[in-house]
Write a protein that binds this ligand. Structure first.
Ligand SMILES: [Zn+2]
Length: 358
């Protein structure tokens, strides 16, 4: 179980909606938590944020990166009766949307609504039974006309599920948007720990919470250009494949609560990955392994080839039910990712090159 202040931060971070393109509220929660120990804060035009520890000029910079945005929906159309038609923001699944409570983040504040679900008695046999597409889904905010609805919301307002965080045990919690606000929590925890031992560090450290990952890794691209780190460790969620119905032969074997997942291949630079595996063994940090054959599907893909190439590696938190309002993760895994990041920062010397040829 976490200390009270950490638990409060985690719950606030997870509960503050940050749909793609509208991440600032969550970013302020995050910055507020880390700024006290940072030497410098950097934010950019699209809302990505960084906190930096500078131990010495001309020392190499290690970037610990996560994305702060969450998937959601967006208002596309309001009909004559005041029903609101939505589309996806990022990879939301229309198959799980019906009968859920939503929050519309409108100009004047949050407007509550529900995604309509026609009663089972009234459904056509070939109607509601099949998975809907976005054009079949509508939000009901209790308005009786288009005019009334448009006094409360407008086209383009982002929408998120109303679900908050809940602990099912001391370790296991479920929430909306664990993907990837848990990453913001992890890099913040690593940063606070590194600030305590800053005199032992031979490098500078930037933690970066990037916007707009869910639609293409754009915030990470901007921030890695600006900060030009020498090495990057990225953290995101990965699929835990231990719930029923998932074929390990097809999707690999990642177990909730059995440690941080280290990804091998593609964007993950071999020497950085080897260092992580070695440090996990040395410090008895539980890790699991997964393979990337083409892309990692994370910000790592945006970072590693920026400028002249940034040696990068991905360390993930296993997550069940990804891109649903009931994503599930374990604090054991969260701790393992943070510990591995801290161990890596401590291991780095000013002349580490991670060259594949030396
Ligand atoms: Zn993610």
């Amino acid at each position: 179980m976490l200390e009270t202040n950490k638990l409060e931060f985690l719950e606030t971070l997870l509960s503050t909606p940050s749909p793609v393109g509208y991440e600032t509220a969550g970013q302020l929660v995050w910055l507020n938590y880390v700024k006290g120990v940072a030497d410098r804060i950097h934010t950019d035009a699209y809302g990505s944020a960084a906190a930096i520890i500078e131990t010495g000029k001309d020392r190499p910079l290690l970037m610990l990166e996560a994305h702060c945005d969450e998937i959601g929906m967006v208002i596309q159309h309001v009909d004559e009766k005041g029903f609101i038609y939505i589309n996806r923001l990022g990879g939301s699944d229309p198959g799980i949307a019906r009968a859920r409570k939503v929050s519309i983040h409108a100009q004047k504040g949050v407007v509550r609504g529900i995604i309509g679900h026609t009663a089972i008695h009234l459904q056509n046999r070939d109607g509601n039974a099949k998975a809907p597409s976005w054009k079949d889904l509508f939000v009901d905010i209790g308005a009786s006309s288009r005019e009334e609805a448009l006094e409360m919301v407008r086209i383009g307002d982002p929408v998120t599920y109303s679900d908050d965080v809940e602990f099912l045990s001391d370790e296991i919690f479920t929430a909306r948007a664990v993907d990837n606000r848990i990453g913001g929590f992890i890099i913040a925890e690593a940063f606070l720990k590194l600030a305590e031992i800053r005199d032992e560090l031979e490098i500078n450290v930037a933690i970066v919470n990037s916007v707009q990952e869910e639609i293409g890794g754009f915030g990470a691209r901007m921030m890695s250009y600006t900060l030009a780190p020498n090495v990057a460790l990225v953290t995101d969620v990965t699929h835990a494949t231990d719930s029923p119905g998932i074929d390990h032969k097809e999707h690999g074997r990642i177990i909730l609560g059995e440690g941080a997942a280290i990804t091998h291949g593609t964007a993950n630079q071999r020497k950085v990955v080897e260092r992580l595996v070695h440090l996990a063994e040395l410090n008895q940090i539980p890790v699991q392994h997964e393979a990337s054959g083409v892309r990692t599907g994370t910000d790592t893909d945006s970072i590693f080839h920026s400028r002249s190439g940034i040696p990068s590696a991905l360390i993930s938190t296993p997550l069940r039910y990804m891109h649903s309002p009931v994503e599930m993760a374990s604090l054991k895994d969260v701790q393992a990712v943070a510990d591995l990041m801290v161990a890596f920062a401590k291991s780095m010397s000013a002349d580490d090159t991670f060259s594949l040829f030396g």
